[in-house]
Structures are given as C-alpha cells and as structure tokens.
Design a protein around this ligand. Sequence first.
Ligand SMILES: *Cc1c(COP(=O)(O)O)cnc(C)c1O
Length: 425
Amino acid sequence: MTTASEALFARALRVSPGGVHSPVRAFKSVGGTPHFMHGGSGAFLEDVDGQRYLDFCLAFGPLILGHADPRVRDAAVEAVRRGWSLGTADPYSLELAELITARIPWVESIRFVNSGTEALMSALRLARGATGRAKVLKFDGCYHGHADSFLIRSGSGLAGQAVADSAGLAPSALAETIVAPLDDIPALEAAFSAHGSELAAVVIEPIPANYGLLPQTREFFGALAALAKRYGALLIFDEVITGFRVAFGGYAALSGIRPDLVTYGKIIGGGFPVGAYGGTRELMALVAPSGPVYQAGTLSANPVAMCAGLATLKVLDAGGAYETLETLGARLEHGLAKLPGVLCQRAGSMFWICVSPEARRTAPIRKLPGIPVDAASGYKRVFHRLLERRIYLAPSAYEIGFLSLAHTREHVDTLIDAVAAALEG
Ligand SMILES: *Cc1c(COP(=O)(O)O)cnc(C)c1O
C-alpha cells in the first residue's frame, strides 16, 4: 500500500533535488520515505496520512513555544491583515530591535536579515571591513550556514589542512578559512600563532549543536577569547541556535563572555524566516547606509516575521520559561541516563541522543573524533522505532532534539519509554 507521503515524495523527486528544499528533510541518512507534514499544534505534528507525532525536532529549533502557538499566530495574522511587506522603515522591526538591545547589553545595534546563513555572511563581511583582514578561523563540527567561507572542514591528513565540505566553492574561500578542532587549546594556540595576524574573525557556535551537541569547557572559551583579543581578531558567537534558547541572551549571557559580534536566527523569527547580526554601536556603524560595509535585503525585517519574533521573545522575556525548559530537559537527561547503550548530552532544552554502546565510555564528547563510528547506525534503528510509535526526532544522528514550552513531563516520559523500548527490541 502506498501512503500519501510516498505518493507525494515520488512527485517531489521529479521536480526538486532529492524531493526536498533542505537536505536533512529527505531522510537520506536514516533511510525510508520522509513523512509529509501538513501542520502542527503544540507539541505535535500531523502528516498527510492523518497521523499525529509527538515532535522533538520542532523545525530544527525555532519553535520554542511549540507549533502554532496562538500568541504568535495572532501577531502574525494581525501583521498580514495590515499588509505583509512594506519595503519602508517600520515600527515592528524597531520594537524588536529595542527589546533585544535593551536586554542584551553586548548587542547595542542590530540588523535583521532573512536567515542564519545571511547573518553569518554579513557578520564576516563586517569583520573583514572592520579589521582590513581576510581570514576567518572556524571549528570542525560547527555549522554556520551555507556560505562558501563556512562550508569548510578540516582534512583527515595534515593538521591545519582544510577541505571543502561542498562542491562548487570558490577556491579563495578554502584559502581564507582556517579550521581548528574543538576542545583543543594547543591546536588553537598553533592556529593563532600561524594565522593570528591575518584573522578578521574567529567564529564559533558557543554550544556546538549541529554535529551532535558538543559542549565546550570554560577553559577553552577563556583561551579563545584571550587569543582573539591578543591578535586583534573579532570574536563572533554564532548563537543562531543558542540565542533565546539556553537563555534570552544565549550562551554569552550564561558564560559572561562578551563576543564582538553575535548572530541570531531560528527563535528570533518565531518560526518565520529571520536572521540578525549585532554588536557594539561602533562596529555596527560600519554597515550601510551609515558605513562602507554593504548589506541589504528586499524582504529584510518583514513585518509578519518581526511581529511573530516579537510575540515569541515577549513570552520568553516574561520570565519562568528557561526554568521550565531546564526542568523538562533535566528530566529527559536523567531518564535516558538509566538506559544502557545511549548517551544524552544536553544544554537546557537542547539534547542529543547518541546511540552506541561506546558513547557512555567516552563521555562527555566534546569534538568530532569522539563521536562513536556506530552512532549513525544505532540512531537509524531507534529513529524508525520511534517513528512507528508516532514520535518524531530529527532524521539524522547528528541533528539535535529540542523541547518547547508546549511539551509536558508526560511527553518527556513518553520519549524516554519509547527509547527504552526501541533499544530493547
Ligand atoms: C541553523 C544554523 C545556521 C544557518 O541558519 P539558516 O537559517 O538555516 O540559514 C547557522 N548557524 C547555526 C549555529 C545554525 O544552527
């Protein structure tokens, strides 16, 4: 019997590469046919075959209030009613910018764009414009969107050698991006001593969450911040996932480390397409039209997205949200810790389930080579067993899971029980 999803996927394969508009949605790494979802509500997604799934993927992070939160929906619908694209100065982006700059002191000035990728591209251009330098240092296992400069990883051979993570990159991107391993202070010192005076910026996901969840130590950040300062490279925190997720002010707020520039995405648009970059007034003054670093966008600060983002951030700013999410996250972590053959690494409401008998032994995993080689096959098995039980996790062993304020203790317990059953059978 062909399901409605299978029929749609067959059609989609004819008209789009891999049948999808972002690679991980295709189920390629877990196998099977992607389920076509036609909507969501609270903690649940519903597919075109009429099945409901308890969702822990949550659109890969933006939906911290859950699907179709009525407060966000009302704000977006009102914005649509008033006119959904103005192409002018407007009060909605101003209100969102004022809220963020009032609450996050290291963001004195902010520019809204349409995606996390755009935010990173623009922040890097600004760093180059501010320093007059070309190179950027990034870390293996961090994702910063799909601009050429960031689709670079370290090679398997010589230390410091970088290789393209995609076909079609400009060769100059490869020459200008330096890649260092996470959690390795000596390698970081070596990268700075070789390239420090040419670095416009060093960019990091402060809680790396795109290749599993790989928490870094305070010592590592201490060394990173000190080296960036000593060599005059700007420190960019890519808080596209962690911003408004681990705390309103992201990892910078939790750690007390002050980045020169910060990028946001995901939650900041409440599930609509928004990204942003910000920093000191002095640095941001270099951006057009006040300065020489050009950056623009026809649909930037779209009023529907701004109003949805503002409604979301107001809920988070009202208090209690992060305590609730931490309680749910801790419950999940403790529940999974009782199961053999699985490791859960977590930061607040972000979690990574690593399915491998090896994982516990090497925990905490802080860098790519620490991820067990059988993690992908282990996850694939658990993913499909969970899907049969109507629980939706991200369709990749290396994507993390999320909790939202629409999730309850019972939802968390359902996940723990389902993972336990999946590991047994
Ligand atoms: C998702 C993500 C991006 C890219 O954002 P898009 O909106 O997908 O372009 C960049 N950096 C981090 C840390 C992300 O998680």
